[in-house]
Design a protein around this ligand. Structure first.
Ligand code: PFF
Length: 476
């Protein structure tokens, strides 16, 4: 037995801190891994494609000048988004741990785990208000029927009545979280992967049906023109920050969701091409959502840029004018609900993985307890439209849900992404990261270009945009 023993020791001594995948907790439990490549890609695309694409992207585009915003957004995705998706996948796979554990494994005895902790906390906050909007979508699967068949109904009123009715939105929010908890409790393969494989194809089909309907309406051309013709006069520091925030939110970046999903990857899985598919699907769905919405909005004589109410006020009004509108309305809100669910599970998985890996909780217990806590943390966001409707933080001039959204997406996610880039570029080392990313490659590899982006371009751009954006938000 002696020689074997000493050989083991050599192996351990020979490894640098970052490859030492010595699990600290859960040492004897086997980590789940994705069963198939498609499972990983669809689950991760499911995380990325969500309310951010179908609810938030169109109204941000409407508020920030149409195509000009889209161009800036595309640059943000290519220059910052894709490199950071690759980065998070590599960090997660290298460490085989939750976001806090990733930094404990790769930089032991340092304060870097705080970056993971910020991520877990942000996941918490995002899911708490995400479930509120997702709850509205579920309620609207039937409310839209009423809203489209009753002649002359005031759509803004319907929405206002719904969100200010205290109990109803809370019940839908709770139901949505129960679905999310149920999937997460079932595990990575039997829960996340299985449901992503079913729901994502349905989502693509629904979206295509809605696009065909929208672009074939008489008068759709005006909406297409608005969507595709840039107006740079509306671009300010705020626009840049909004595009950056949107890129982070939409790609699920900066809080360890991609990292957590990456931690269920094997060494033989490819990172660069899978990251491309995820980024491509996410951006594609966001752009397509614009094609589903804007032509219909203009064709039926409405204005875009109605803020978060775009999907819930403008669209029902649009459906009401359309032949078979109730039918298309129901499809739309099912689409929104599905998109939200596959994203919410990734948010809950981050928190669940943290409790399992760092605190030795069972999956079921972590999912149920956190689902409950997140429900409670989300209550002020729901009640911000009823009981707490007069409350707003000084200087922000936003309702509570918008405040949760603004803080997490404009501040926490970019700061998280910034720190993760610095960590890889200067602490873990771009060399180690590149070796990790290229393991298991079959199609293409990444190289020095990626290292340059992660070390210089990503941190500098994020820093600059956060500073300009905050200045614009508070001091103009
Ligand atoms: N990417 C999701 C969306 O676009 O709706 C939101 C999201 C999911 C953000 C998961 C962050 C995250 F970790």
């Amino acid at each position: 037995a002696l020689p074997i023993c000493s050989r083991r020791q050599n192996v351990f001594r020979g490894k640098s801190a970052w490859t030492g995948k010595k699990p600290m907790n859960n040492a004897n439990k086997k980590r789940e891994h994705w069963a198939t490549r498609a499972g990983f890609v669809l689950a991760t695309a499911g995380s990325a494609v969500g309310l951010g694409n179908i609810w938030r992207f169109p109204y941000m585009t409407g508020e920030h000048g149409g195509a000009a915003f889209i161009l800036i957004y595309l640059v943000a995705v290519l220059l910052l988004g894709y490199p950071l998706v690759v980065n998070e996948m590599a960090l997660g796979r290298a460490a085989q741990r939750d976001p806090v554990g990733v930094f404990k494994v790769l930089a032991p005895n340092s304060p870097w785990w705080l970056v993971g902790a910020l991520g877990v906390f942000t996941g918490f906050i995002i899911l708490s208000y995400y479930a509120v909007v997702a709850g509205w979508s579920l309620a609207y699967v039937y409310k839209v029927v009423v809203a489209t068949v009753v002649p002359g109904i005031d759509h803004a009123r319907v929405f206002q009545d719904h969100i200010s009715s205290v109990w109803e939105p809370i019940l839908w929010q709770a139901l949505f979280l129960i679905l999310t908890v149920g999937i997460i409790a079932a595990g990575v393969v039997k829960g996340i992967q299985r449901w992503s494989m079913v729901l994502m194809p349905v989502l693509f089909v629904l979206l295509l049906v809605l696009i065909v309907r929208s672009v074939t309406l008489p008068g759709a051309g005006e909406g297409l023109a608005y969507y595709l013709r840039p107006d740079f006069s509306k671009v300010t520091g705020r626009t840049l920050l909004a595009a950056l925030a949107q890129a982070f939110f939409s790609l699920s970046l900066g809080m360890g969701a991609i990292m957590t999903y990456g931690s269920y990857l094997d060494d033989k899985d490819e990172i660069p091409s899978n990251a491309m598919m995820v980024g491509g699907l996410d951006t594609g769905v966001a752009l397509l959502a614009g094609f589903a919405l804007f032509p219909a909005i203009f064709a039926l004589g409405f204005e875009p840029g109605a803020g978060p109410g775009l999907a819930f006020i403008t669209l029902p009004a649009v459906f009401a004018q359309m032949p078979l509108g109730a039918f298309f309305g129901v499809l739309f809100f099912i689409l929104l609900g599905i998109a939200a669910l596959t994203s919410a599970i990734s948010l809950l998985e981050v928190v669940t993985a943290w409790l399992m890996d760092e605190k030795d909780w069972s999956r079921k217990r972590a999912a149920v307890v956190m689902g409950l806590v997140i429900f409670i943390v989300g209550l002020p966001a729901t009640l911000g439209y009823s009981v707490l409707k007069d409350f707003s933080f000084p200087g922000l001039n936003k309702d509570l849900l918008d405040t949760y959204d603004w803080v997490s997406n404009s501040i926490f996610l970019p700061v998280g992404g910034f720190m993760m880039a610095i960590f890889t570029g200067y602490v873990w080392g771009a060399k180690h990261a590149i070796a990790e990313v290229n393991k298991g490659h079959k199609r293409f590899m990444i190289g020095q270009g990626w290292a340059l982006l992660i070390r210089y371009v990503v941190p500098v751009l994020i820093f600059f945009i956060i500073v300009v954006g905050i200045y614009d938000t508070f001091f103009r």
